[in-house]
Design a protein around this ligand. Structure first.
Ligand SMILES: [Ca+2]
Ligand SMILES: [Ca+2]
Ligand SMILES: [Ca+2]
Length: 223
């Protein structure tokens, strides 16, 4: 009985290890896919937002990460629980979650102490040790009045030249952008296939279990 419990624990550990390994955020897994720095339909205080795209093959939890700039803006994401972005999905972070006065977008998370300059600013997403994403912008298309800037190609470390004005797609009260969904350019997520190490660990555990069961059968019914 003790041996069977050990085997079950090994399988459980292998699975948990595989999941945690898969959840490690790598450079390029998350992209800043859209930025509304200068809303027109409502004030900047109410209407600023930005969007993140998960280009990896796995769901990513961004709870606990920090949003900051090179100045004094800093906000650690505290959702009270996981804040998951599924593979191939978008997530919108904004200054105001009230859809009746934020210009008409749905915020998946509302931050504080973080503003988006209209002519120059940075959006940095980091964990306790590393920057995961950094976007430095200095000018158009980020300062356009009432029009978001959308990522147009899928580089691992895109810069401001990889963004363009959203293509006249209105939301809410009439500003242009696609908060929470794909925009003018289709970003492609990595295919959601199991992590090789996860398969290997799980297969190894199953092999061990089958061998053990086979031995037990031979002990009970010797040939
Ligand atoms: Ca602004
Ligand atoms: Ca700022
Ligand atoms: Ca979008």
């Amino acid at each position: 009985m003790l041996r069977k419990i050990q085997i079950c624990l090994f399988i459980l550990f292998s699975y948990v290890h595989a999941i945690s390994h898969a959840a490690t955020i790598q450079t390029g897994d998350l992209l800043i896919s859209e930025v509304m720095a200068n809303p027109s339909a409502v004030s900047d205080t109410n209407g600023e937002w930005f969007e993140i795209f998960n280009a990896s093959a796995n769901s990513i939890d961004i709870n606990g990460l920090t949003i900051s700039d090179d100045g004094s803006n800093s906000h650690q994401i505290n959702n009270g629980a996981s804040l998951l972005i599924a593979s191939g999905a978008y997530l919108v972070l904004g200054r105001n979650g009230n859809i009746t006065n934020n210009g008409g977008y749905t915020a998946d998370y509302v931050y504080s102490n973080f503003t988006l300059g209209n002519t120059l600013d940075q959006i940095i997403l980091s964990d306790s040790t590393n920057e995961i994403i950094r976007l430095n912008y200095t000018d158009a298309p980020f300062g356009a009045n009432g029009v978001s800037a959308e990522l147009i190609n899928q580089l691992t470390n895109p810069n401001e030249s990889n963004y363009q004005l959203s293509q006249n797609i209105q939301y809410g009260l009439g500003d242009s952008g696609t908060p929470g969904r794909r925009g003018s350019f289709e970003l492609i997520s990595a295919s959601a296939v199991p992590v090789p190490s996860a398969i290997w660990l799980f297969a190894s555990a199953l092999l061990m279990l089958s061998r053990k069961l086979n031995l037990t059968r031979q002990e009970l019914h010797p040939i």
